[in-house]
Write a protein that binds this ligand. Structure first.
Ligand code: PHE
Length: 505
């Protein structure tokens, strides 16, 4: 039986660090601080923490618990519930697969910037500040005019992408034991770097103004539905749930080990990292405002713009140690991203393939590495950024939330959450009560569906996403297409019959 030979985390700490590593990522640095600023400053922490408590933690307990109960990754777990549900285990596998193909390209950009920072290649002082945008879109990405103009790959990024995959492969082909050990280092290191960047940030002139923007409370926002939707969608994204990976990581938990408390520790560590990163980011934003004498609206403080344009602007303008701060910031992104990337590639994709087809670890990880790299080449082309944006919306927003909601409903109404809860409680530090069942049956799926409808369909149905045009299709059409195709592929995967499927040999 597969259970006898299933790999295990060597002990509790490596598991928790691997889980934290998967959760903390680029989203903690460039998404959370900005959303907090945008949606009410300090007040935003209220809906955020509520989302963490009523959705994030119950959901993570479910995913860890499913992995440990069924001793399988997502498809095997759903297959054990009923053959007719196996497709629902494969859908997040496709989601994880597509996400990691572009997530690794962003990691490659980070490396590019770590290298370019050594000489502050975009220029020092005022000239550098003005040239940072052109450097990113022109020199680094060589961005084309639209998604249908791909052009050749940008070879520098292509080469770095190959390197990123080599690193990921070398870690994941040795499985959970090595992933656990490496994750301890790759989580602590960016924490240390964030402390350095925090100290650098708050000692810059103008820092306090930036922090005031970040945290100044505005209680009126609590009545605004957008704020709640923003908080809940960030919770889903930041904890790396709905992605198959946490189920696989849960399946490596030792028979007698805690589940519930590990989910709580992971969730709070992720939130704390995001909150702390906000200080490093917004103190720097305040500095940019003062150095360039511009209002906050003109500093792009979110997403790609923050990391690859605004932060470089700040580096150009800093009073000293410019190159060093730049290298540390981008290495920090590299480490944060890498732990999330091997989580997706291994827990999200390779483990399900090993479970289903009985492949060896080396075979599964090699195939996953090559397939992800090949698909990822699309995002290294001159039109790659547009595709990255579209695929990200389809997968990291829609598919993640929809598969998450469906998973909760199937566990909640067909399998029975009480079984998982009791199984978890037997070995956990903290016992959870029957109230949890109703979170899985109702509250978590309701929250996720709310986000999909209010934050998604109500925006992307009336208007084409970002106004993109791909031949006759608009941006939203392409999104529906990607969702449909991945769903069909998931159903097909579930129809493949194997000797090792279902129980494992
Ligand atoms: N949680 C990661 C972050 O905050 C993003 C991520 C999402 C990573 C899904 C893997 C899977 O950046």
């Amino acid at each position: 039986m597969a259970e006898v030979t299933r790999e295990r985390w060597t002990s509790r700490a490596p598991f928790i660090f691997a889980a934290i590593g998967s959760a903390i990522g680029l989203g903690n640095v460039w998404r959370f601080p900005y959303i907090t600023y945008e949606y009410g400053g300090g007040t935003f922490l209220i809906p955020y923490v509520i989302g963490l408590l009523i959705m994030g933690i119950p959901w993570m307990i479910m995913e860890f618990g499913m992995g440990r109960y069924f001793q399988k990754g997502a498809p095997g777990a759903f297959e054990s519930i009923g053959k007719k549900w196996e497709w629902l285990g494969w859908w997040p596998v496709w989601v994880a697969f597509l996400i990691v193909t572009y997530y690794t390209v962003i990691i490659a950009w980070s490396l590019r910037y770590a290298i370019s920072s050594a000489t502050v290649e975009w220029g020092m002082g005022q000239a550098g500040a003005e040239g940072a945008g052109d450097f990113f879109f022109g020199t680094v990405l060589q961005l084309s005019d639209g998604p249908t103009v791909l052009g050749p790959p940008v070879w520098f990024i292509f080469g770095l992408l190959a390197f990123v995959w080599l690193v990921i492969f070398l870690i994941m082909f040795r499985g959970a034991r090595v992933i656990g050990k490496v994750s301890v280092g790759l989580v602590i290191l960016p924490w240390l770097l964030l402390i350095v960047l925090f100290i650098r940030g708050i000692t810059l002139p103008g820092a306090v103004d930036g922090l005031n923007f970040y945290l100044a409370p505005d209680f009126a926002v609590l009545g605004n539905v957008e704020v709640w939707f923003a908080a809940f969608s960030q919770i889903a994204f930041t904890l790396s749930l709905g992605m198959a990976g946490m189920i696989a990581y849960g399946s490596f938990i030792a028979k007698k080990a805690d589940v519930n408390n590990s989910a709580i520790i992971t969730s709070f560590s992720d939130a704390a990292t995001a909150f702390f990163a906000g200080f490093a980011v917004f103190s720097t934003v305040g500095f940019i405002m003062q150095a360039l004498n511009i209002p906050i609206g003109e500093v792009s403080a979110a997403g790609l713009g923050l990391a690859f344009v605004s932060y470089p602007v700040a580096i150009s303008m800093m009073p000293g140690a410019n190159a060093l701060v730049g290298v540390l910031f981008f290495l920090c992104l590299f480490f944060l991203g890498t732990t999330s990337a091997y989580f997706l590639a291994y827990g999200g994709v390779a483990v399900p393939l090993m479970d289903k087809f009985g492949w060896s670890r080396i075979k599964a990880t090699l195939i996953v590495t090559i397939a992800c790299f090949l698909v990822g080449i699309l995002f290294t082309t001159q039109g790659g950024l547009y595709w990255l944006d579209i695929v990200d919306r389809a997968m990291a927003f829609y598919a993640l939330l929809i598969t998450g909601a469906l998973a909760c409903l199937v566990i909640g109404w067909f399998f029975g959450p009480g079984k998982l809860r009791e199984h978890n409680n037997e070995t956990s530090d903290i016992r959870i009560g029957a109230w949890w069942d109703w979170f899985i049956r109702l509250i978590v799926p309701a929250g996720l569906i709310f986000v999909v409808v209010v934050g998604g369909f109500m925006k992307d149905v009336p208007e084409q996403y970002e106004g993109y045009q791909v031949g006759a299709l608009g941006g939203s059409h392409v999104i529906w297409l990607i969702l449909g195709v991945t769903l069909i592929f998931s159903i097909l995967m579930s129809l493949i019959k194997t000797k090792s499927a279902g129980g494992g040999e």
